[in-house]
Design a protein around this ligand. Structure first.
Ligand SMILES: *Cc1c(COP(=O)(O)O)cnc(C)c1O
Length: 364
């Protein structure tokens, strides 16, 4: 029998840690093909070669290459940066978690946009750091001026997300440079580029080009979105070697499996096709945004593979209307995020959106 104690084994910081909420599955509705538009997943099959790479004989008894050497070399050639500028992890999520581990502790502060990717807040809270979320502008972009002002002597980490998940706008090169000029060198800036392949705005910041200019910048990228390999869990950081060597200390050894490493290499070998597909999705996105705007919706700039509807308190009503049509979308309370899926799915969302406006915005 165990002894009664007055304390719990769990850290007090956990009381403020939210549990990550994943996108829901679509509800079954008779006669309708279900579509999951709630997690920004790719709706096409992986490129030729990827499934074959996964199926190559691997010995399950053996650990994978912990350094992901072959994948790191392939990334190095593709990105044209040395291998000591790259750290591979189990998705961008492991990279973001590692970046929080290497910078944050109680008393340290982190500044990040809100709403944005929920993991920034979760990872920071888990490290007991003080969180400073900064609201977006009226156009649902990063409020970089306020973010710069929010940096104190205790700030160690700033997260930027371009395009921003869930709202969609990019950070421009000019905005980024103005911001970076305000950030002390003792603050690490994460530029999360999970969706960079879908960007069509020529003014958007290019993280890779910016790396030359900043020693305190680290990029987060992933094979989950444009490469369509979310289920295999592969992401990476790109930064100067003094950052990467610290990131590597915080990664879980062997977190990226051998089939995943091989699949990522195979997908990278066809990166031109990955980018072509991303462009096709961007075209569908732009048409979808135009159709929503012509219905009267106020849609922010959309530069990833999703669109944000700022529904406010009508978010749940809109989600319910989608559920009734076998569509899963992401209700984030301030609004609803809709991933770009196949044409039939987008057509159905437009029908739901048009009906919804008739009922809820009758004077518009
Ligand atoms: C999806 C996503 C990631 C990374 O996801 P992984 O599947 O862990 O690679 C990182 N940042 C943002 C903003 C995302 O939307």
């Amino acid at each position: 029998m165990t002894q009664a104690t007055t304390h719990s084994p769990f850290r007090s910081a956990l009381a403020t840690v939210p549990t990550y909420k994943a996108g829901k599955q679509p509800a079954a509705v008779a006669g309708l093909t279900p579509y999951k538009l709630s997690s920004n997943e790719h709706y096409l099959q992986p490129l030729p070669g990827v499934m074959e790479a996964i199926a190559e004989p691997n010995t399950p008894a053996a650990y994978p290459d912990p350094a992901a050497s072959a994948l790191t070399t392939a990334l190095s050639e593709y990105l044209r940066v040395p291998t000591d500028h790259i750290a591979v992890g189990a998705g961008g999520s492991e990279i973001i978690t590692a970046l929080s581990h290497i910078t944050l502790e109680p008393e340290a502060e982190v500044v990040y946009p809100s709403p944005s990717f929920e993991l920034y807040s979760q990872a920071a809270a888990l490290n007991g750091a003080n969180r400073t979320p900064v609201g977006l502008t009226g156009e649902l972009k990063h409020d970089l001026k306020t973010m710069a002002e929010a940096i104190t002597e205790h700030t160690r980490l700033v997260a930027l997300c371009s395009p921003n998940n869930p709202t969609g706008p990019t950070i421009s090169k000019d905005e980024f440079e103005t911001f970076m000029a305000e950030v002390p060198s003792g603050v690490l800036v994460v530029l999360d580029e999970a969706y960079w392949e879908f960007i069509t705005d020529p003014a958007a910041v290019n993280g890779l080009a910016a790396l030359n200019d900043y020693d305190n910048l680290v990029l987060v990228r992933t094979f989950s979105k444009a490469h369509g390999l979310a289920g295999l869990r592969i992401g990476y950081a790109v930064a100067k070697p003094h950052v990467i060597s610290e990131v590597r200390k915080a990664l879980i050894p062997f977190s990226v499996t051998a089939p995943s490493q091989k699949a990522a290499i195979a997908s990278l070998q066809r990166v031109d096709e990955v980018l072509e597909r991303a462009k096709t999705i961007a075209d569908v996105r732009d048409e979808f945004v135009a159709a929503l705007r012509s219905q009267g919706w106020d849609v922010p700039q959309a530069q990833a593979n999703f669109v944000w509807l700022p529904l406010g308190e009508l978010s749940t009503a809109f989600e319910d209307a989608c559920v009734a049509q076998s569509l899963a979308v992401r209700n984030l309370n301030d609004g609803v995020r809709i991933s770009i899926g196949e044409p039939d799915a987008m057509k159905r969302v437009l029908q739901v959106a048009a009906e919804f406006r008739k009922h809820h915005y009758p004077t518009a």
